[in-house]
Design a protein. Structure first.
Length: 271
């Protein structure tokens, strides 16, 4: 067993209100990780927390997450989310999408898509379904993990239709076991990968838009400024070769000339 400060923390957020198939898939996944000896895990049942539906005021994204007017358990969940070295989102397929519980949680996390902080941490998802369309949900989770800037291990889908044949049960177990091996490797590597051209483009475009269209009245602007992201190569120190450097520079300069400067935004400022 690794000493306490070497232990990696993994939090799994479960979007089913019952402890059945989604829970069992998550338990197997987490047990596999614990068996490695240097991982401690927590299963967070979203249904055990008071989490209200987002009212759409946009205060969290625009002005700061601490200004959310809803008084509930969001901050407890955020502590678990941001305090983990690895995160798992697990949801049943409900009407061809994530469960309502999970979607409420994702909406309350939307501010972190603006101001990402998953760098070097691992992310994956488990979708559980009776019949069909879970792959779309897994792709959606992958996109969320990427937006939060985690190192994403592509999510997997397992089946729950009863009565379950031995073949399906074994296939599910194999899927979860393989996922936990891949997740552990990503978790333990803690790597900060060199950005792809697409990631570089998104970063440079986003930060140039913020620099020109926002000002100190906006949390995104302050966050980017305080992190040094207006002048850095990327979100974190990385080595860009000459081609990527030239590409990144041209994205900056192209958008700098085209995005209209909009200081003020008086209508929303100081809200
Ligand atoms: C409201 C509701 C909607 C569902 N919609 C779908 C669906 O669109 N596609 C599907 O394959 N399964 C669907 N299912 C089946 C669940 O995904 C399946 O029963 C799953 O195992 C539920 O997870 P749980 O066992 O952790 O509660 C639905 C179940 C419920 C309760």
């Amino acid at each position: 067993m690794a000493s306490e400060d070497l232990m990696m923390k993994v939090a799994a957020f479960v979007g089913s209100a019952r402890r059945q198939h989604t829970y069992r898939a998550v338990e197997r996944f987490l047990a596999n990780l614990r068996a490695r000896g240097d991982v401690e895990t927590e299963t967070v049942f979203l249904s055990d927390y008071r989490l209200e539906i987002c009212k759409g005021c946009t205060l969290c994204t625009g002005k700061g997450e601490e200004l959310c007017p809803l008084q509930d358990d969001r901050d407890l969940l955020l502590q678990k989310f941001f305090g983990a070295d690895g995160v798992v989102f697990a949801s049943p397929n409900y009407s061809f999408n994530v469960s309502g519980l999970m979607k409420v949680f994702l909406d309350r996390l939307a501010f972190a898509l603006h101001r990402p902080r998953g760098f070097g941490k691992a992310f994956t998802s488990i979708t559980v379904e009776a019949i069909y369309r879970g792959k779309e949900i897994a792709r959606y989770f992958d996109f969320i993990g990427m937006g939060l800037r985690f190192n994403v291990v592509k999510g997997r889908v397992v089946k729950s239709l009863e009565p379950m044949t031995d073949e399906v049960r074994q296939r599910n177990e194999k899927t979860i076991d393989r996922l936990s091996r891949e997740f552990y490797a990503t978790l333990a590597s803690r790597k900060l990968p060199t950005p792809s051209l697409f990631e570089l483009f998104m970063f440079r475009w986003g930060r140039t838009s913020m620099r020109l269209m926002l000002d100190e009245g906006w949390r995104d602007y302050c966050y980017y400024r305080d992190q040094g992201w207006f002048t850095s190569d990327y979100f974190y120190p990385t080595r860009l070769g000459p081609v990527k450097k030239a590409f990144a520079w041209s994205v900056d300069s192209w958008f700098s000339r085209r995005i209209p400067r909009q200081p003020g935004h008086d209508a929303l400022k100081g809200k």
